[in-house]
Design a protein around this ligand. Structure first.
Ligand code: ZN
Length: 266
């Protein structure tokens, strides 16, 4: 099942369900269960498919990306967080920060895993039972704030408004049974700058849920960003940074394409 969230022409927020290429307004609750009505979805504007309860992120989780940064392979998953205030909708702009000015804003295509029911001390075997669905994420990163001015941790450079675009839809596990066999790409101004597969993750999705839920409750609405493959702008020679007027898309097999323009923070 593909689930969307949208504003209708009366500015009301709804979920919708896509069936046979058409979208229908959904009834029910995202976590308790949605079902399609027979009313066509009046989509005036597509929104991120959920408002996350929290956004947990994993760094350096693809072998070839860890190599391109020169970092050593992590022995445990590297956890950092993004604020829920960083959420951005499909089609809305990624804003290059001006007050906390950055000249090194970068893209990262990532598979986002959405937890659907409370999850604590999951095992590898039952980890995926807690997953509500999957969507595309762009882990937008201000590398200067992440690496030079972040006080030794990455949150500052990852936390700015608009730095967590999610979408375009949430795909439930029956339509995406193996999250670690998916093509994943970033398209920047028409050029495929990242083009890889989630099978290169050092810690796969069950391992991440087992790790993150250890002694820790993952509440429904927890979004896990699972890391990015090689090809980030920071590793290009010379480095290439996002600039106003760019268009950046994250594309994941079986989910779709999350596209955002880039502009300066007004
Ligand atoms: Zn990332």
């Amino acid at each position: 099942m593909k689930i969307i969230r949208y504003l209708d022409s009366n500015h009301q927020v709804h979920h919708g369900i896509e069936k046979d290429g058409r979208s229908f307004r959904a009834k029910g609750d995202l976590y308790a269960g949605l079902s399609a009505t027979d009313e066509a979805a009046d989509v005036a504007k597509l929104l991120a498919p959920l408002v996350p309860a929290q956004i947990l992120c994993i760094g350096l989780n693809y072998r070839h990306h860890a190599e391109e940064t020169g970092a050593k392979m992590p022995e445990h998953p590297i956890l950092f967080v993004k604020g829920v205030s960083a959420l951005q909708n499909p089609g809305d702009p990624i804003q290059i920060p001006t007050r906390a000015a950055s000249e090194q804003v970068d893209y990262e295509c990532e598979l986002a895993v959405v937890i659907g029911r409370p999850c604590k001390n999951a095992t590898r075997e039952n980890a995926l039972d807690h997953v509500l669905g999957y969507t595309c994420a762009n882990d937008v990163s201000a590398r200067d704030w992440q690496i030079q001015w972040g006080g030794g941790q990455w949150c500052r450079g990852k936390f700015f408004d608009t730095f967590a675009p999610l979408g375009p839809c949430l795909v439930t596990p029956e339509d995406l049974p193996d999250p670690n066999q998916l093509k994943i790409a970033t398209i920047l101004n028409g050029e495929r700058v990242q083009d890889w597969n989630t099978d290169d993750m050092i810690f796969d999705v069950p391992a991440l849920i087992e790790f993150l839920s250890a002694s820790t409750t993952l509440v429904p609405g927890t979004v896990i960003l699972t890391g990015t493959p090689q090809g980030v702008g920071m590793a290009a020679k010379p480095p290439s940074w996002l600039k106003p007027g760019d268009t950046v898309s994250v594309e994941i097999e079986g989910i779709g394409e999350l596209t955002n323009p880039v502009e300066m923070e007004p």
